[in-house]
Design a protein around this ligand. Structure first.
Ligand code: CA
Length: 300
């Protein structure tokens, strides 16, 4: 892991025609702007970026007592028993339940994070939470300051489901500072509004928490197919993209000064989506085909 791979992704197969069109547009744009500052509103073009991390999820390199140098940690830095946002799930570390249950599975190069009602056999191990699910982070593995951060993924539909792909700075220990901030939410998705992707910055640059949320409602139901969600973070601004097309930009807060790592999780319930109801299908699966990071090539 962490090495460049040219292996095509499931998403690449699905989106080939769309990407060919987008690449043609981008090429035309670069021809005009090649000698000028890169225009963040132009479509993302891989030729302008050097890949610094790739995870294709052909296997899951999970950190455990048997694999302490793995890539993905199945817990937040603050531990599994601290529940945030009044969420209803417990993020299960397979090694901590004796390997009898895992919210993670791999099929044909796609990772699934599965959420479902807590099985009776796990009730004593999940702090009384009604649902089990999973979180994966590279907190003990990959991190990077500035550049492009991206995943190809498909969130689940359904009342009470909250999928997230986000970035946090790495700390030596917890707690440090007033919170684990700043935070860049590359994408969040609430299962009962399938056509909307949420992108947000959280910062303590002026002391108290400030949040800058941007919502984007698109024509497609984002739970039907894999899409590419990207952030480009520079000292000046944070830019978000969906399927390589620019969504929005926001000036980089002053406290965004540390390398950040990846986080992927499927929350159930909580203050934002509300609880699941009889219409919610379980198990629910947040599917991730690929996660990558990139640094800019000076030639673009
Ligand atoms: Ca894959």
């Amino acid at each position: 892991m962490g090495l460049v791979s040219s292996q095509p992704t499931l998403y690449d197969s699905l989106m080939k025609n769309a990407l060919l069109a987008a690449t043609a547009m981008a090429s035309a744009c670069w021809a005009v702007t090649a000698s000028a500052e890169r225009d963040p509103r132009a479509p993302l073009e891989d030729a302008c970026w050097q890949q610094s991390f790739v995870e294709n999820f052909d296997t899951l390199d999970l950190i455990s007592p048997d694999n302490p140098d793995g890539q993905w940690k199945p817990a937040y830095i603050w531990g599994a028993d601290i529940i945030i946002n009044q969420e209803l799930q417990y993020y299960v570390d397979p090694a901590r339940v004796g390997g009898e249950y895992s919210p993670f599975s791999i099929s044909e190069g796609v990772l699934s994070i599965e959420a479902k009602p807590t099985p009776p056999a796990l009730r004593d191990a999940v702090a009384g939470q009604a649902y089990v699910s999973g979180v994966l982070t590279t907190e003990d593995g990959f991190s990077q300051q500035y550049g492009r951060f991206e995943a190809i993924l498909k969130p689940p539909a359904g009342q009470g489901l909250w999928s997230a792909f986000w970035l946090l700075p790495s700390f030596e220990q917890w707690p440090q500072g007033v919170a684990v901030l700043p935070e860049i939410d590359v994408m969040e998705h609430i299962g009962h509004t399938p056509n909307t992707v949420h992108t947000t910055l959280h910062t303590n640059q002026n002391g108290p928490l400030e949040s800058f949320p941007y919502d984007h409602t698109v024509r497609e139901d984002l739970t039907r197919d894999f899409h590419r969600y990207s952030v480009v973070w520079t000292p000046e601004a944070v830019h978000w993209y969906l399927d390589r097309s620019h969504l929005v930009s926001h000036p980089t807060p002053r406290d965004f000064t540390r390398p950040v790592h990846f986080l992927l999780n499927l929350a159930v319930g909580g203050t934002w989506p509300g609880a699941p109801d009889a219409t919610t299908d379980f198990p629910a699966r947040f599917q991730i085909d690929q996660v990558t990071a990139w640094t800019p090539r000076p030639s673009c």
